[in-house]
Design a protein around this ligand. Structure first.
Ligand code: DGL
Length: 262
């Protein structure tokens, strides 16, 4: 595989731009292609079969760019579609769950997982944590209202605080570490912190960027050009608000968006 080929990153929508942000900070020289399935978002309310099928289709679309690596930035797609895509992809594929679980077990005590309904009901985080440490206690809470709040941009808002508190009070007090098991949640950090002060939050995007770095340092190789890598953004549907909301997730201005047909 040519190390100058891009890294393909896919998400159910634009939430995965938080993972792109982490990748661009850690690996600024890498060329990135982002594919967001905005036409079919959300994945978090759908069944295993549907999410797996969508994941395979997104992987196929990314192959047009001949990526050296595919990152499934979406927790829900990682939970339901990772093995299926790994089985057919010509390049390596990683998801966000394994890096998030591995980071969580570095800290002692019970672990909390928050995510979409489909991620939590898959049990994928529990399985990954228990593979690393079979003695660990895990508490998972599905937080379906947090994705729309993030998309609405209510990042510092009393209503977001109240909803976060309502979800997070389901976690027992002994949980000291909570994995943000959804692409959108890092943008709600202010409310999450206010709702459960003293918690150690694991941002699965940031730890996944470190996992990508590890793979590139190994057999995949870093891009050879020293210049800053570009970012191509492709979506399966582009509505008017996407640019504004996407820029908030990316923490920089979102350039041109290409719309691709599924
Ligand atoms: N990207 C999804 C995730 O990380 C959240 C949005 C959705 O439900 O599709 O789980």
């Amino acid at each position: 595989m040519n190390p100058d080929q891009p890294i393909g990153v896919f998400d159910s929508g634009i939430g995965g731009l938080t993972v792109i942000h982490a990748l661009r900070q850690l690996l600024p020289q890498e060329e990135l292609v982002y594919l967001g399935d905005t036409a079919r978002l959300p994945y978090g309310t759908k069944s295993h079969r549907t999410i797996e099928r969508y994941t395979l289709q997104m992987g196929e679309l990314l192959q047009r760019h001949q990526p050296k690596l595919i990152v499934i930035a979406c927790n829900t797609a990682s939970a339901h579609g990772l093995p299926a895509l790994q089985a057919v992809s010509p390049c390596p594929v990683i998801g966000v769950i394994e890096p998030g679980a591995e980071a969580a077990v570095q800290h002692p005590g019970a672990i909390g997982i928050i995510g979409t309904l489909a991620t939590v009901s898959s049990g994928a985080y529990e399985a990954a944590v228990l593979r690393h440490d079979p003695t660990r206690t895990i508490h998972s809470v599905a937080c379906p209202l947090l994705v729309p709040l993030a998309e609405e941009g209510w990042f510092d808002d009393a209503l977001t605080d109240a909803i976060c508190r309502r979800y997070l009070e389901q976690l027992p007090p002994e949980v000291a570490t909570v994995v943000l098991g959804c692409t959108h949640y890092p943008t709600l950090m202010i409310s999450l912190e206010r709702s459960r002060p003293g918690t150690r939050w694991i941002d699965s995007g940031q730890v996944t960027a470190r996992a990508v770095d590890h793979l590139l340092r190994g057999s995949l190789g870093y891009r050879t050009a020293g210049s800053r890598g570009g970012l191509t953004v492709q979506l399966t549907d582009a509505s008017t608000r996407l640019k504004e909301v996407g820029s908030r997730f990316l923490e920089e201005a979102l350039g041109d968006i290409e719309v691709v047909e599924i």
